[in-house]
Design a protein around this ligand. Structure first.
Ligand code: NAI
Ligand code: MG
Length: 479
């Protein structure tokens, strides 16, 4: 670590220390070595950022929408141009494999590009009241919005949460996760470099109970977007409720990946691996963490899955393996705890279950077979490379099992029977349904949870609704 590896808060276009003068250390999870010192934002800093945002909002909301769009495009280009540096930083701070981090940086740029195009197309309706009236609606920004971001897709989620906010004329105060603050600060600096007015995008790293809670409970914040655990989401919503601040929650999942005998099994195997092991070591809210496999193919499918899983490479993100380390010691311990719970519930895993002997928070991809859907490893979000396999006999049982959890984020089905795929899509409780490809969709497709997986939608045009409020104007025009 050198003198230059001290990151300030980004308030009003300037990198500044925390009011308390405190910093915290961010670590490289592949080596457990310190990576940088980061200013430890707390209530006083959130106050400053919100105040700066409030001032900037008056200017930003009246900036011509096409000009806002152009700035978002410039930011997208700047992120894309800086992709090598940002990717390397993300790999070191989060641990994820290089090619996955690169895709996340591209995704971040793509969010700014996508929402740039909508900045000048957010319009209302005219409503045909009786002859004597003219009635129309306007979609106005909320004002100062707060984005509380988790550590699993740090830079990608900065784009996902702030780009629609800014496009719609809001200003943003982003609070990255304490495990992974660096890339959000870099995006904020690039926004300043490309000409965003100061205060439009503030970035306040810090701990959840300090900076996060201060943002969620701030009386002058007009909208909160939170991504993370259900428990913290509930707390954030309660804090925001005191000020009747609209809150939009992207929480966890225990998503069913359902494989039928009529599927292309080779594709289903690859996608199953991508769904739970090959993407961010399973630390994904939309991971396919429950494999529901038809009885007729159970043995052959699970045997081959175990073989392919055992062949996955595991190592530091900089080597671009299939599976990198988990993000932190806490997450490593949480996943280890669930592996032990799995052992007590169903016995030894058919593959994995151990941690390679080296520094860093590595856990080998792990599969528990013959899991009962009522077990904890089938009901609770593990958020790591651990898959629970559950057998089913027919379509009705598949949908029953798929829906028998508190979550409802995504669901996937592998089948070549079109009717079966559509029936599943109709009957499953999930905000996104994947057919024959896991993580199908993109920046353009609305994303969010049923049941305890969340409230509201991000991505796509739906995100703009979360960041605007409707004003109806009614004129009596007849004398
Ligand atoms: P978390 O939900 O506590 O943290 C997410 C964000 O919320 C971070 O920025 C954190 O600083 C902030 N935060 C924490 N406490 C807060 C509070 N009281 N008020 C306001 N903000 C607060 O998640 P954590 O502890 O990092 O991970 C625990 C589990 O959460 C994981 O094992 C996983 O199951 C789940 N999770 C789900 C994610 C998702 O994408 N749905 C992302 C990260 C974690
Ligand atoms: Mg780190």
């Amino acid at each position: 670590m050198s003198e230059t590896d001290v990151y300030g808060l980004l308030i009003d276009g300037e990198s500044v220390p925390a009011a308390s003068g405190k910093t915290f250390t961010t670590y490289d999870p592949a080596t457990e070595e310190p990576l940088a010192e980061v200013a430890r934002g707390a209530e006083a800093d959130i106050d400053r950022a919100v105040e700066s945002g409030r001032e900037a909002f008056e200017k930003w909301r009246t900036t011509p929408p096409e000009e806002r769009g152009r700035l978002l495009t410039r930011l997208a280009t700047a992120i894309q141009n800086d992709i090598d540096r940002l990717t390397e930083l993300e790999v070191r701070d989060n641990g994820k494999p290089l090619s996955q981090a690169r895709a996340d940086v591209e995704g971040c740029a793509r969010y700014f590009e996508y929402y740039a195009g909508i900045a000048d197309k957010i319009h209302g309706d005219t409503i045909p009241l009786t002859h004597g009236y003219t009635d129309y609606t306007i979609h106005e920004p909320l004002g100062v919005t707060g984005q509380i971001i988790p550590w699993n897709f740090p830079i990608n989620l900065v784009g996902r949460t702030t780009a629609p906010a800014l496009a719609a004329g809001n200003v943003a105060v982003a609070k990255p996760a304490e495990e992974t603050s660096l890339s959000a600060l870099e995006v904020g600096k690039l926004a300043v470099d490309v000409g965003f007015p100061s205060g439009v995008l503030n970035v306040i790293p810090g701990f959840g109970a300090e900076a996060g809670a201060a943002l969620a409970s701030h009386p002058d914040v007009n909208g909160i977007s939170f991504t993370g655990s259900v428990a913290t989401g509930r707390q954030v919503a309660k804090l925001a409720a005191d000020n009747v601040t609209p809150t939009h929650l992207e929480l966890g999942g225990k998503s069913p990946n359902v494989v039928f005998p009529d599927a292309d099994l080779d594709v289903a195997l690859d996608e199953t691996i991508k769904a739970i092991f090959g993407t961010n070591a399973g630390q994904v809210c939309s991971a396919g963490s429950r494999l529901l496999v038809h009885k007729e193919i159970h043995d052959v499918f699970v045997d081959e899955l175990a073989k392919r899983t055992a062949d996955l490479s595991i190592g530091p993100g900089s080597d671009d393996p299939n599976v990198g380390p988990l993000v932190s010691a806490d997450q490593y311990e949480k996943v280890q705890k669930y592996v032990n719970i799995g052992r007590s519930e169903v016995g030894d895993p058919i593959v994995g279950g151990d941690a390679p002997h080296r520094n860093g928070y590595f856990i080998r991809p792990t599969i528990f077979d013959n899991v009962d859907n009522g077990m904890r490893i089938a009901q609770e979000e593990i958020f790591g490379p651990v898959l629970s396999v559950i057998e089913f006999e027919n379509d009705d049982e598949a949908i029953e099992l798929a829906n028998d959890v508190d979550y409802g984020l995504v669901a996937g089905i592998f089948t070549t029977d079109v009717g079966r795929a559509h029936r599943f899509a109709r009957d499953v409780d999930a905000g996104q349904v994947y057919v024959n490809e896991w993580f199908a969709g993109g920046v353009e497709t609305p994303f969010g949870g049923y049941k305890q997986s969340g409230i509201g939608r991000e991505k796509g045009l739906e995100a703009i609704e979360s960041y605007t409020q409707v004003k109806n104007v009614c004129l009596k025009i007849d004398q």
